[in-house]
Design a binder for this molecule. Structure first.
Ligand code: DGI
Ligand code: FE
Ligand code: FE
Length: 266
């Protein structure tokens, strides 16, 4: 998309990320755009989410831990053990604070891009899937099938990726964040319901919507689970302050671009 903000961020990330990570970033950005076309998601939102999703990947584990602590970003036990996971949460913070993104949906997608979460939005799912299937990836199992599936049914693709990821984590003895398990359980429930609904359709009837929204009951259940998980976290408060900073920053975005970009070098 010929959008000043996107072009400027792309140029900036080219300088900040190593060549492989930058290529991956472009691959995710374009795959997000393709999936957004397929599923009717806002293209600009999808591109920005893809472009910024790994912006914090340039920091090593100890730096990620320190930066998250300084910013009062809640850290789970799994993140303490494997601080690389924190590039998602710090990335969401940086999208708001460093790159002037106010859109909570974009920040949510970045925040949950490596673990997923229960009740993922369309944009969350697009980024989660794009990160796994972008053209530069070559290690995962069944990639050709998975790539095709992503354009047939996004929820099915999400579930396949979550199951593969959990299998890989278990095989490798890597500590699993409860959020990763909760995300997979929730997606399994969504997909099983869709399969049941599809099976109960009469022959000749077509499904109109591949990505079915959650029912009110499901949303309530999801919120309850999330509530349990985030009970003691300070995320709400952090989000509020990010919103406020975001607004202040937005006003100065046009005029003070050059000065702000100097802030990126840290
Ligand atoms: O940043 P990328 O490499 O593009 O991809 P990503 O942000 O999706 O990170 C993928 C890695 O995250 C992959 O090696 C698996 C790991 N991961 C996903 N869920 C968990 C996890 N690692 C731990 N320790 N615990 C998890 O629950
Ligand atoms: Fe990532
Ligand atoms: Fe990535």
């Amino acid at each position: 998309m010929m959008d000043e903000t996107i072009l400027t961020i792309r140029k900036h990330l080219k300088k900040k990320l190593d060549a492989r990570r930058f290529e991956h970033t472009l691959g995710v950005e374009f795959t997000c755009a393709a999936l957004a076309m397929r599923y009717g998601c806002d293209l600009r939102q999808a591109e920005l989410a893809g472009l910024l999703h790994d912006c914090a990947k340039r920091y090593d584990g100890p730096t990620l831990l320190r930066k998250c602590r300084e910013r009062e970003i809640p850290i789970t036990h799994a993140e303490e053990q494997d601080p690389a996971l924190l590039h998602a949460k710090l990335g969401a913070w940086m999208a708001g604070e460093k790159y002037g993104i106010e859109d909570e949906e974009i920040k949510s997608a970045i925040r949950c891009h490596n673990t997923g979460k229960p009740g993922m939005s369309l944009l969350d799912k697009i980024l989660y899937v794009a990160d796994y299937i972008e053209p530069g990836r070559d290690r995962a199992k069944h990639l050709p099938e998975l790539r095709k599936q992503a354009f047939l049914d996004l929820d099915e693709a999400c579930l396949s990726i979550m199951e593969q990821t959990l299998e890989y984590l278990k095989e490798s003895g890597i500590l699993i964040d409860p959020m990763t398990e909760m995300a997979c359980e929730d997606m399994r429930r969504v997909v099983l319901k869709k399969r049941r609904d599809a099976a109960s359709l009469k022959p000749g009837e077509e499904r109109r919507e591949m990505v079915s929204p959650q029912t009110a009951e499901e949303t309530e259940e999801t919120n309850k689970n999330l509530g349990k998980y985030e009970k003691n976290s300070k995320e709400e408060r952090t989000l509020e302050s990010v919103k406020r900073y975001g607004k202040a920053r937005r006003r100065s975005f046009g005029g003070e671009k050059r000065r702000r970009y100097q802030n990126y070098r840290h």
